[in-house]
Design a protein around this ligand. Structure first.
Ligand code: ATP
Length: 136
C-alpha cells in the first residue's frame, strides 16, 4: 500500500468543498490515515513548494495558501498517488476534465495563481517529503 499528501487549499475550504473532496476520496476506496484543519505557516509553504521557488507564480501561490485555513490529509491505498491525481484532474481548473474534482468544482477567477481546490503529491518521494512537512 502507498500514502499521499492531499491538501484542500484555501479556496476549497472557503467554498465549503472539503466534505465533497473527502467524500470522493473515500468513495474511491481510499482510507484517511490522518487529517488536520490548520492555517499554514509561510515556512511550511516555502518548503512544500520549494521546486517552484523563482517562478513568477511562487509568491502569489504562497500568499494564496496563507489566505485562509487548509485541510491536510494523509491518504492511503494501492496506487493512491496516481489515483488521487486522476481524481483531482489537471492543474488548470477551467479545462480539467468533467468528472474530476477540479473539472467539476473549479474554474479560473482572474488571479495570478491557479486556484484549483486541491493538491496531491506527484511521486512516492514527494509524498514522504510532504507528509514530513505537514505532519511532523
Ligand atoms: P498540485 O501540485 O497543487 O497538485 P499540480 O501538480 O497540478 O498541482 P504544480 O505544477 O505542482 O501543479 O503547481 C503547484 C500549484 O501552483 C498549482 O496547483 C497551482 O495552484 C499553481 N500553479 C502552477 N502553475 C501555475 C501557473 N502557470 N500559473 C499560476 N499558478 C500556477
Amino acid at each position: 500500500t502507498e500514502r499521499t499528501l492531499v491538501l484542500v487549499k484555501p479556496d476549497g475550504v472557503a467554498r465549503g468543498l472539503t466534505g465533497q473532496v473527502l467524500a470522493r476520496i473515500e468513495a474511491k476506496g481510499y482510507r484517511l490515515a490522518d487529517l488536520r484543519l490548520l492555517h499554514a505557516e509561510r515556512a511550511v509553504l516555502e518548503e512544500h513548494y520549494a521546486e517552484h521557488r523563482g517562478k513568477p507564480f511562487f509568491e502569489p501561490l504562497v500568499e494564496f495558501m496563507l489566505s485562509g485555513p487548509v485541510v491536510a490529509a494523509v491518504v492511503e491505498g494501492d496506487r493512491v498517488i496516481e489515483g488521487f491525481r486522476s481524481l483531482a484532474g489537471t492543474t488548470e481548473p477551467t479545462t480539467a476534465a468533467p468528472g474530476t474534482i477540479r473539472g467539476d468544482l473549479g474554474r479560473d477567477w482572474g488571479q495570478k495563481v491557479q486556484q484549483n481546490i486541491v493538491h496531491g503529491s506527484d511521486s512516492p518521494e514527494s509524498a514522504e517529503r510532504e507528509i514530513g512537512i505537514w505532519f511532523s
